[in-house]
Design a protein around this ligand. Structure first.
Ligand code: IPM
Ligand code: MG
Length: 366
């Protein structure tokens, strides 16, 4: 029996509802697999914890997490705690402390979910966005001077390092190579930003030499938005900076029909520390406690987690089950259905249990 230790941090809003659903589905997979156990340990860190303790997680939080195989994260953000506290107090310290430098965001149209693009359906849009997750525009470097005075200045300095760009580029090329189309698009803004972005282009060129079988091209980020809308079939794997990929991944989610089903993986490709898996959607306080949170993003990220752990068959089985359930119209109201979180979860568990669900699609890339 192989046992994986998973640290769950459900945190705020609908986080606990979707992580509970995800945990139930992992248990069903373990039962179906027979020789594997996913042991989930839950931590109560987050905004409520902050209100009681003045910190989002204990000081030795990272040390505690370090011994786990992976981290299953819900959502952070509360109406009465400033966003920069919740974010910089929990999620970012984990990403940065564990050097999870590859943020991986698969997007595709789930059967049953409709893209706002005309004539674009299942199979037409199947992308993975690789977001540089440790530096760039969100490095936290900058400052304010002369606060409140007319001459006040604020700087927000983007940092690009050769090490940082090379490692994310290599990750993206490897990922592109592992996907059937072996196609990579490198996004920058190297016409207007002539230092760090030109370095990105140069490093892409260098790293591409290691991957002669990968076809790759370059796009400026503004033109990229047009291509995503007008010619989604022409894209497969995409690599971009922290800021650019943040924006492009929201666009990707919208084009695929719903940001509510989109997952994300914060990966340390070198496996020095646990990687973290989460739905992209936030804490959604407007629907918290109503039992209608969409668990699909959490199932999808659980599938990414299984892939990362090496349980690739279970990962595919889970995604196939999710797609089958969605195709049958068993979906929550945010994607046009009328099912509850529990009904979707139970349907997915049934599909896993009963199923001869054949893994017909490899979704996650992590
Ligand atoms: C995301 C989110 C976060 C990010 C926000 C909440 C800071 O937009 O996961 O894309 O940009 O990292
Ligand atoms: Mg974002």
């Amino acid at each position: 029996m192989k046992t994986y230790q998973i640290a769950a941090i459900p945190a705020d809003g609908i986080g606990p509802e979707v992580i509970e659903a995800g945990t139930a589905v992992l248990a069903a997979l373990a039962e179906r697999q027979g020789d594997v156990d996913y042991q989930v340990t839950t931590f109560d860190w987050g905004s409520d914890y902050y209100k009681k303790n003045g910190v989002m997680m204990p000081e030795d939080g990272l040390e505690t997490l370090k011994r786990f195989d992976s981290i299953f994260f819900g959502a952070v953000g509360a109406p009465d705690v400033p966003d920069h506290i919740t974010l910089w107090g929990l999620r970012l310290p984990i990403c940065q402390g564990f050097d999870q430098y590859a943020n991986v965001r698969p997007t595709k149209i789930i059967p049953g979910v409709t893209s706002p693009l005309h004539d674009v359906g299942v199979g037409d849009l199947d992308w993975v966005i690789v977001r540089e997750n440790s530096e760039g525009e969100y490095s936290g470097n900058g400052g304010r001077a002369h606060r409140g005075l007319p001459e006040e200045v604020g700087t927000e300095v983007a940092i690009f390092t050769r090490v940082g760009v090379t490692r994310i580029m290599r990750y993206a090329f490897e990922l592109a190579q592992s996907r059937p189309r072996k196609l990579l698009t490198v996004v920058t803004k190297s016409n207007a930003q002539r230092h760090g972005m030109v370095m990105w282009d140069e490093i892409a060129e260098e790293v591409s030499k290691e991957f002669p079988d990968v076809t790759w091209d370059k796009m400026l980020v503004d033109a990229m938005t047009v291509r995503m809308v007008k010619n989604p079939q022409s894209l497969d794997t995409i690599v971009a900076t922290n800021l650019h990929a943040d924006i492009l991944s929201d666009l990707a989610g919208a084009l695929a029909g719903s940001l509510g089903v989109a997952p994300t993986a914060n990966i340390d490709p070198q496996r020095r520390s646990p990687s973290m898996f989460e739905p992209i959607h936030g804490s959604a306080f407007d629907i918290t406690g109503k039992g209608i949170a969409n668990p699909v993003a959490t199932f999808w990220t659980a599938s990414q987690m299984l892939d990362h752990l090496g349980e690739n068959e279970a990962a595919s089985l889970l995604m196939a089950a999710v797609e089958r359930v969605c195709a049958e119209g068993i979906m929550t109201p945010d994607v046009g259905g009328s099912a509850t979180t529990r009904e979707v979860t139970e349907a997915v568990i049934e599909a896993i249990k009963g199923s001869n669900v054949l893994p017909n699609s490899r979704t996650s890339a992590a």
